[in-house]
Structures are given as C-alpha cells and as structure tokens.
Design a protein around this ligand. Structure first.
Ligand SMILES: [Zn+2]
Length: 355
C-alpha cells in the first residue's frame, strides 16, 4: 500500500515472463520458478491486490508476506489451506515490512500455523511504536504536523481525524515474542537454498528483500515494482529524517547487488526482468521532482504550496496525505544537503526557501 504515481522519465522496456497484467486466480498458487509460488491476494483498498509468495521448504512451506487484516484476505488463505497446503505444514512466515497489506494477517497466520514470524528489527519496532502509541499524544503530534504543512484549520481536523482513526484490535497484532529478527546479509535456508536478505530503506524503515542466486530470483516486496513508484514520505515519526536519500541509496544498492537479469518477484503488479532500468527511472523521477522544487524556493513556500507544484492534480484524502509526506521527503532531502532552509512562522506553518 502507499503508492502514488509520479512518473516523468520514459518508461523502460521491461520483460514480463508471465505477460504484463496477467496474474493467477486468487487462492490458486502458481509456480513461477522451482518451488516459488505466486499467491495473488485481493485487497479491500484502492490498491486492489498484493502478491504473496509461498516457498517450498522441505516437507513444508515458508510464506512471504500475509495480506490485509480483512475477511476477503482470510477467505483466500482458507482456500489455500483447503487443498494446496495445511496450516501445520507452514514452517515460518517472513514479513518484508510493516505496511498493513504485508503484515496485516501475520499474527492470524502465525497463530493458525503455530509458527514464528521473521521480520527486521527496524520494521518490528516501528510497527510496535504505532500500535502502542498513546492516542491523545499522537493526536497532538499529528495536529502540529498538519498545521506545519500549511493546511487551513478545517482540513487540519479532517486529516488528523484520518491519521488517528486506524487502530486495529489487539488480537490481530504481532507480538515481539512471535518474532525472530532478520537483517541485511542474513542467509535464510529454505528448501536447501540460501536466500540472502537485502534490506532497503525509505519506503519503510528496514524493508527485507530476499535474493537467491541459484534461481537468480528476488522477492522484492515494495522496493522494486514494475510500474508503481513506492511512496517515500516524511511523517510525524520521522519529521527531520531523510527517507528520500535512503530510498535513492537503496535503489542504487539493488542495481549494484543484483545481476541485471534477475527475475524480480514484487509485492504488486507482475514479475519482471529489467531491474536496473526500473531503478534508474525511479532515481531520475525523484531528481526531476527535486529540480522542480529547486526552481520554486526563491521565495519561502509551505509544504502545501510545494505539494501543489509536485502533484498538480485532484487528490482524495489519503492521496493528499501521501503526496504531502512525499513532498516533505523531497524538501528534507534538500535541507539535509543545505540547499534549502526551513523556518516555522508565528502561524505554526513551516516555510522553505533557498539556503
Ligand atoms: Zn509498502
């Protein structure tokens, strides 16, 4: 989840071994390479699907990512457990990152399959800080944050209401004692094959991808997707950080660490080859957005004004929040490189101008 389309650079020619826009029927795992099955999962949100991966693991199975905490996703899992595999045959669950379409059913599945969850420490701690946060304190923090963006009072209330509304019942939450932490460089043995954890940052704190050299295949999660650009945002929790710098470094890392012809098995859209071209396109698009901002900060501008420059179209509530967060990520990138400075005015609004 959390994607906004902002593409400028020409779309590279990618190779789609299973055809572009084809996907297996939900509930029917499809073997893409030896022992790696693609489970297409419908989602009850604007982004209407996620790709989950089921890996043959000796006599059992390893699941990578889990789906959204919604009945429609549980129904698909029940279909998988009614024929393809039994819950008892699941050895472990690996979660790429904390976003709800990826971690949403991890606790439910782990309970059902009586197995552990492998996730990076950075993702788990960020997830835990969200589910355990004090609601009143977060509401005050969100209020100050949205005010800083430069939205009028009526919209501040609407956005803050939206930001504090998505609390989940405790029963569906992942607890730390269910987790084993994985990190960049770890080798995870699945069916006598070593899958190397390659972590990325910027879209989320410590996203785990998994690469196997023998298959030359990469479970890329949200780090490399054929035609969707993953959202890179600044929120109250990382207000002063530089997630865009992290994201651009991660794109370069995926170019450097993988063979050019690796089969990418992403969390959304279709498997593809051509990762370096796709990464270069994302890098170029973000630099195009940075250049548009550089040309706009002669006089101080608020994040809302900057957002209108970068995302010049009608946006709904969630899109507006994502676009604002992504605009801030670009402004923070320029601040971290001393190209712009930020000042908060007496009205509580942040304004950015050339250094
Ligand atoms: Zn994500």
């Amino acid at each position: 989840m959390s994607h906004l389309s902002t593409e400028f650079a020409p779309r590279p020619k990618l190779e789609y071994p299973f055809e572009m826009r084809w996907s297996p029927e939900p509930g029917k795992p499809f073997e893409v390479v030896d022992g790696v099955y693609w489970l297409r999962m419908p989602l009850p949100i604007a982004l209407d699907h996620i790709n989950l991966w089921i890996l043959r693991d000796g006599d059992g199975w390893t699941i990578v990512d889990t789906g959204y905490d919604a009945q429609v996703c549980k129904d698909v899992w029940e279909q998988v457990f009614d024929g393809f595999m039994t819950p008892k045959s699941v050895n472990k669950i690996i979660v790429t990152h904390f976003h709800p379409d990826h971690i949403g059913l991890a606790a439910w599945l782990a309970h059902k399959c009586e197995c552990s969850i492998q996730i990076s420490e950075g993702e788990y701690h960020h997830y835990a800080s969200i589910i355990n946060r004090d609601k009143a304190q977060f509401e005050a923090q969100a209020n100050a944050f949205i005010t800083e963006m430069g939205y009028p009072k009526s919209m501040v209330d609407k956005f803050v209401g939206f930001m504090v509304s998505d609390d989940k019942p405790a029963a569906s939450r992942v607890q730390q004692d269910q987790c084993q932490f994985i990190k960049d460089g770890d080798l995870i043995n699945i069916d006598q094959r070593q899958w190397r954890v390659i972590s990325g940052n910027g879209h989320s704190p410590e996203h785990s991808c998994l690469y196997n050299a023998e298959l030359n295949a990469m479970l890329s999660g949200d780090q490399s997707i054929a035609r969707i650009s993953s959202n890179v945002s600044v929120y109250p929790s990382n207000r002063d950080k530089d997630p865009l710098g992290d994201w651009l470094d991660s794109c370069q890392k995926l170019i450097d660490e993988l063979p050019d012809d690796t089969l990418m098995l992403p969390a959304h859209q279709e498997p593809f080859r051509g990762n370096p071209a796709r990464m270069h396109q994302l890098i170029d698009d973000h630099h195009a957005q940075l250049n548009r901002l550089r040309l706009s900060v002669d006089a101080p501008i608020s994040p809302v004004e900057a957002r209108a420059i970068l995302f010049d179209r009608e946006l709904n509530t969630i899109e507006t929040l994502l676009a604002t967060g992504e605009t801030l990520a670009h402004l923070n990138y320029l601040m971290h490189r001393k190209e712009v400075v930020m000042q908060i005015g007496a009205d509580g609004v942040a304004r950015y101008s050339a250094y």
